[in-house]
Design a protein around this ligand. Structure first.
Ligand SMILES: C[S@@+](CC[C@H](N)C(=O)[O-])C[C@H]1O[C@@H](n2cnc3c(N)ncnc32)[C@H](O)[C@@H]1O
Length: 459
């Protein structure tokens, strides 16, 4: 337990008037009480607010907004009625322009503070013309409240489902399907999983849509194999929503926060859907990663492709390649592309995607980048360009060290976490690389998440 020093000028449970100076990387307002930092969601720089202290840590406190005393011009009324309760969005109270500025700032700060890189061109974040209804994937836990089936995001810091029948960041068709399903689940007396007792069948529902194809997938994640109502429900779903071409059951009996289990069974239609990006068709299976914002993925990948600067003769690495979304775009402009990905199902999809699109100059390798890349080096393969798009924790050190050892002249780093990007940039700089520029792209409007693409070159 952290001991709170006697000199801490704030007390848990007390309310203070605080002037907000800036935002932290989560989009929370940062203010100071006698120099002591207080982080509070839903307040903006330039505002004065009544803030109740909910938690006091060694170096900072966490506050809860009680009342705005002075309002910033960037404040707008959130569109969603459950915004302040639901954990799905964090920045609906900011005008969109202010959200974009915040995201640009987060990247700049991380590069400067963690990456120790001054004067690096971080361009303004590229936003969406219409920053709503952009998610192509909905993944919701289910619960039972007062005899009703509820589905939604968890309230921040809890496992309480905030039920809602509208969501402005998800594709409208997926919202409608979820509404319909909640009624049907009740009608079919399908039991709902209870986290505390581990009893009950249905844990989550996952919905995916191809924005450019209109294909829809429904996946029921169940706590066990027996799902007697599954077939009938699948038939009803397809009848009601003919765009649903894939209905699956995924079995997860573990007491875990990980949503999907290892086994997936077909209930109706086919086992995947297709999405199209920049003229390439991608097969998507229930467990494979695919960017959740199709429109902005096109923008992000175009940027990555531009940074790769291919002329047709290059050998390129696409590390953490998922279903090969970036690999296939690179392959159209390179001599050869190697994609590495740890999830077997995604690699299977990647091979099929290459075949489906008639792309032959790619090779996909199943395994961890940190283990497979050194094997490629041992085979004497040299990379002219390396593209990486790692998960939130960033790249393994071995991967970055291998780039330096291979003397890869150009690295394109796609990142969903500015902090781990900045840490990796610092390490690459130590090893003789130079950051050229960073382009944030807003893949997740109304939330605190930031995505960006960086170009790094050998000095
Ligand atoms: C952010 S996603 C990028 C996927 C792909 N570039 C795309 O845009 O569709 C990160 C991917 O890295 C994979 N992954 C996680 N750890 C890995 C590792 N150590 N080696 C290879 N792939 C890994 C994940 O399964 C996921 O598909």
């Amino acid at each position: 337990m952290v001991k709170v020093g006697k000199n801490v000028p704030v007390q848990k449970g007390k309310t203070y008037t605080v002037e907000i100076e800036n935002l932290n990387h989560l989009g929370e307002g940062v203010g100071r009480i006698e120099g002591f930092a207080v982080f509070t969601p839903y307040v903006l720089p330039g505002e004065k607010a009544e803030i109740r202290i909910n938690e006091v840590k060694k170096n900072f406190a966490i506050g809860e907004l009680q009342e705005i005393v002075e309002t910033a011009s960037e404040r707008i009324t959130p569109r969603c009625p459950v915004f302040y309760k639901c954990g799905g969005c964090q920045t609906q109270h900011m005008a969109y322009e202010a959200q974009l500025n915040f995201k640009t700032q987060v990247v700049k700060e991380a590069v400067r503070r963690i990456g120790k890189l001054e004067e690096v061109p971080v361009h303004p974040a590229i936003g969406m013309d219409n920053p709503w209804y952009y998610r192509n994937k909905v993944q919701m836990p289910l619960g039972l409240k007062e005899g009703k089936v509820v589905a939604g995001f968890y309230a921040p810091g809890t496992h309480d489902i905030v039920d809602t029948d509208i969501c402005y960041i998800q594709h409208e068709k997926l919202v409608k399907i979820m509404q319909w399903l909640k009624e049907k689940i009740l009608e079919h007396h399908i039991s709902i999983y209870n986290e505390e007792t581990s009893k009950g069948l249905l844990r989550h529902v996952l919905l995916r849509i191809g924005f450019n194809t209109d294909d829809i997938m429904v996946v029921f994640i169940t706590n066990g194999r027996k799902f007697p109502q599954g077939q009938l429900l699948a038939e009803q779903l397809q009848k009601e929503f003919p765009q649903i071409i894939s209905i699956m059951q995924n079995i997860n009996t573990k007491r875990t926060n990980v949503i999907m289990g290892d086994e997936t069974i077909l209930l109706g239609g086919q086992d995947s859907i297709t999405e199209e990006l920049a003229g390439i068709r991608y097969k998507i299976s229930p467990r494979s990663f695919f960017q959740v914002n199709t429109k902005q993925a096109e923008v992000l990948f175009a940027k990555a492709l531009g940074y790769a600067g291919l002329t047709g003769g290059e050998t390129v690495l696409d590390a953490y390649c998922g279903t090969g979304s970036i690999s296939l775009m690179l392959a159209q402009k390179a001599k050869k592309v190697y994609g590495i990905e740890v999830i077997g199902a995604a690699i299977k999809d990647a091979w099929e995607n290459a075949k489906e699109n008639g792309i032959e100059n790619v090779e996909f390798i199943e395994g961890k980048t940190e283990e497979e890349l050194p094997c490629l080096v041992k085979q004497g393969i040299h990379m002219d360009v390396a593209v990486v798009d790692p998960p939130r924790k960033g790249c393994d050190k071995i991967v970055l060290e291998t780039f330096a050892k291979m003397n890869v002249p150009r690295i394109v780093y796609v990142s969903c976490n500015p902090s781990s990007l900045a840490r990796d940039l610092a390490y690459l700089t130590e090893m003789g690389y130079e950051l050229q520029e960073v382009q944030p792209v807003d893949m997740f409007p109304a939330t605190g998440h930031v995505e960006c693409c960086a170009l790094i070159e050998r000095k």
